[in-house]
Design a protein around this ligand. Structure first.
Ligand SMILES: O=P(O)(O)OC[C@H]1O[C@](O)(COP(=O)(O)O)[C@@H](O)[C@@H]1O
Ligand SMILES: [Mg+2]
Ligand SMILES: [Mg+2]
Length: 341
């Protein structure tokens, strides 16, 4: 079976359209940087101390050696394309690249950095927007021209959307090409699998606590079915699994200091994933509104994030709606009875 390459796929999509060709060359540059990052990860300690702490972000998160290297590789790859503005998790401010460029790109160069030295899957996430001036990266996710991520696991894969479904490509190491593996990824609408970091249970709000309790009650509870949990602590790995077999991922806001809006970043984590989900018949919400409708106010803004199988995402939004409608100070057990499963 002859599979189209990523280049074939993008050539077909962009022929006779200059603005699409700009997007295509940015995606190819990102894929090229991804190959280099996957080589470093595959070498692990043989490539140096990739997990060594190099510094900290403004909000205290540590920055690892490979975070910095991946950021440089991605930025250098995009410098030769039509990208005018580049924003990254690893830099406080967005930087100008090609002054004549038509695009703005936001990236999480390495998602799941806590897993770098554990031989677990990590990835690179990107969001491509039209360049409309210095505030280009603050457009809502619905303005994205393309979005995707590379995932460095047993397979190095690229999940991509240019607004015509979600495609999955796998790196063929012999030829160095990404080959089309799935033309139309589809997230199953229903699921019995959820991903959340359960160590934060005591910090969750009522809606999340009730949702998880109802799942854990299994066949004996209001959901009347047993659930399974999976949590990789690399969102890209969880997204990939959900694209393949459905499921739901939650990183809600919680009561810990600095976590009121959760952990994930709207511009370069939630928005691209939400675009991929919607294009694969899944959904993504902050609990109240679709992620793609939110207006970012700054590059590193956090957002509570729930995405995956559409019916499950809608159900979790209903828990939020019901919890918000409850009287502020009534005891938890009293309020609990009103929540629907
Ligand atoms: O360690 P926690 O709080 O469970 O958070 C894990 C989540 O944080 C992230 O690692 C955030 O991404 P970064 O590694 O890019 O900071 C997600 O990939 C992952 O799902
Ligand atoms: Mg990340
Ligand atoms: Mg990161």
């Amino acid at each position: 079976m002859i599979r189209p390459t990523l280049q074939d796929h993008l050539d077909r999509w962009s022929q006779a359209d200059d603005s699409r060709r700009d997007v295509a060359s940015a995606v190819l540059a990102l894929a090229g940087a991804g190959i280099r990052i996957s080589q470093l990860l595959a070498a692990g300690p043989l490539a140096g101390a990739l997990a060594a702490v190099r510094g900290h972000h403004a909000d205290g998160d540590s920055q690892k050696e490979l975070d910095v290297v991946a950021d440089t590789l991605v930025r250098e790859a995009l410098a030769g394309t039509q990208v005018a503005l580049f924003g990254s998790e690893e830099a406080e401010e967005a930087v100008a690249l090609n002054p004549a460029g038509s695009l703005a790109v936001a990236v999480d160069p390495l998602d799941g950095s806590s897993n770098i030295d554990t031989n677990m899957t990590v990835g690179t996430i990107f969001s491509i927007l039209p360049y409309i001036g210095p505030a280009s990266l603050l457009q809502p996710g619905s303005a994205q021209l393309a979005a995707g991520f590379l995932v460095y696991g047993p397979q190095t894969a690229l999940a991509l959307t240019v607004g015509a479904g979600t495609q999955i490509f796998i790196l063929d190491r012999a030829s160095g090409d990404f080959l089309l593996a799935e033309e139309r990824a589809m997230v199953l609408p229903e699921t019995a699998e959820y991903a959340i970091n359960g160590s934060n249970t005591r910090h969750w709000d009522l809606a999340i606590r009730c949702y998880v309790e109802d799942c854990q009650a299994g066949v004996d509870g209001p959901r009347a079915k047993d659930f399974n949990t999976r949590w990789v602590a690399s969102m890209v790995a969880d997204v990939f699994r959900i694209l393949v077999r459905g499921g739901v991922y939650l990183y809600p806001g919680d009561a810990r200091r600095g976590y009121m809006q959760g952990r994930l970043r709207l511009v370069y984590e939630a928005n691209p994933v939400a675009f991929l989900m919607e294009q694969a018949q899944g959904a993504a919400t902050d609990g109240h509104r679709p992620i793609l409708e939110l207006e970012p106010t700054h590059l590193h803004q956090r957002v509570p994030l729930v995405f995956g199988s559409r019916a499950e995402v809608e159900r979790i939004a209903r828990y939020h709606h019901d919890a918000a409608a409850m009287p502020e100070r009534s005891p938890l057990f009293g309020r609990r009875g009103l929540l629907r499963a």
